[in-house]
Design a protein. Structure first.
Length: 361
């Protein structure tokens, strides 16, 4: 068996030990004679997995007592709607528009109630940076301020936490949760689909400041109310048990690799290597993103022609480097280098890039 180096944007590469653990106990989970998938979500075996997953998240992200973990289905996209449904409370919310996902969140908020643009960095049909703090036109009376910490498709990332005074900060961290140590106390609500940095598709992590739960209208259907999840430890109905189990396996691996600080070290090393290669071969590779906004998770770059980009993707695949095609809306090349990818994986990509530029430049 040969495993490729997987640069897929999501679902994305998983740490090998997380997969190996799942393989080893797939048929017989801890001597129970069945897989974890076949256990009741209310039984002691699954409950231990559930509790450990929350404990690992709390430890690795430093989640304070003021905040609570919720597990919700429907992906990050469901949160585009649940956030305004639960938090608007009759007011208007501010959105920073920095890419396709931010646009999607903004659209849903406007379906539910009132929302306004606090910033928009679209230029010439694309997004090549995030706004500075000074550019944010904040409504001091907003219900919350929503932003997308890493713009997966456009390869931009905030390298500061916006200051919003008393207005709660809401962040879509789907593609960079746990990429480094984070100050959770600064946020009113964080959400992240698991399938990029912390697990597999099927579950979304929500971290909410407890006082914000009071805003949830009682008129909302039960599964659309954050309070339902908060009051039932996310076990009000059948939770997708296997995605939680995989999240636990991934988090165990993160812990064994030095936790959030360990992730930051390897992620910075990977991103530096890749951007250095782009900058040193600037006559061939072009990074469209402004330097201050470059993503550590999903770097994007262009080649001189679209034909060369196609060739790049197919030649890379022949060498076991897969998933490098940019999103259909942005084009170009995207190397998603989430936590699970190691520096040696990016080293191989960079070696390929240097060779490809020599042969085709
Ligand atoms: C992938 C992604 C989404 C969409 O996630 P789903 O789980 O497919 O709904 C939303 N926001 C960001 C930043 C993403 O990277």
């Amino acid at each position: 068996m040969t495993r490729v180096i997987n640069f897929n944007p999501g679902p994305a590469a998983l740490p090998l030990p997380a997969l190996e653990a799942a393989r080893d106990e797939l048929l017989d989970y801890q001597g129970t004679g069945m897989s974890i998938m076949e256990h009741s979500h209310r039984g002691a075996d699954y409950e231990a997995v559930h509790a450990e997953t929350k404990a690992l998240l709390t430890e690795l992200l430093g989640i304070p007592d003021t905040h609570q973990i919720l597990f919700i289905q429907g992906g990050a996209t469901m949160q585009f709607a649940m956030v305004p449904m639960n938090l608007l409370a009759g007011k208007s919310a501010d959105y920073a528009i920095t890419g396709t996902w931010a646009e999607g969140a903004f659209k849903e908020a406007k379906l539910v109630g009132q929302a306004r643009e606090a910033a928009n960095t679209k230029k010439d049909g694309s997004y090549t940076r995030v706004p500075t703090q000074a550019e944010l036109q904040l409504d001091p009376d907003a219900a919350y301020f929503h932003y997308t910490t890493n713009n997966t498709i456009y390869g931009t990332q905030y390298h500061y936490v916006p200051e919003t005074g008393n207005v709660p900060l809401v962040a879509d961290m789907s593609s960079d949760i746990l990429w480094k140590p984070m100050d959770i106390a600064k946020y009113g609500l964080i959400y992240a689909g698991a399938q990029k940095n912390i697990g597999i598709a099927g579950i979304t992590l929500v971290i909410i400041r407890k006082d914000l739960l009071e805003r949830s209208p009682k008129t909302l259907p039960k599964l659309l109310r954050y309070t339902t999840y908060a009051e039932n430890d996310s076990l009000q109905n059948t939770i997708p048990t296997f995605p939680i189990y995989m999240m636990r396996n991934v988090l165990r691996w993160v812990k064994s690799e030095g936790g959030a600080a360990g992730m930051e070290k390897r992620n910075r090393a990977k991103a530096e290597m890749l951007y250095r290669c782009i900058d040193e071969n600037a006559s061939f590779y072009r990074g469209p993103v402004e330097k201050d906004s470059r993503s550590t998770m999903t770097p994007v770059f262009r080649l001189p022609t679209e034909d060369l980009e196609k060739k790049f993707v197919s030649d890379a695949k022949k060498q076991g480097l897969v998933g490098l095609k940019g999103h259909r809306s942005a084009g170009g090349i995207r190397a998603s280098i989430y936590n699970a990818l190691g520096p040696s994986d990016v080293e191989k990509l960079v070696a390929f890039m240097v060779e490809f530029a020599k042969a085709n430049g």
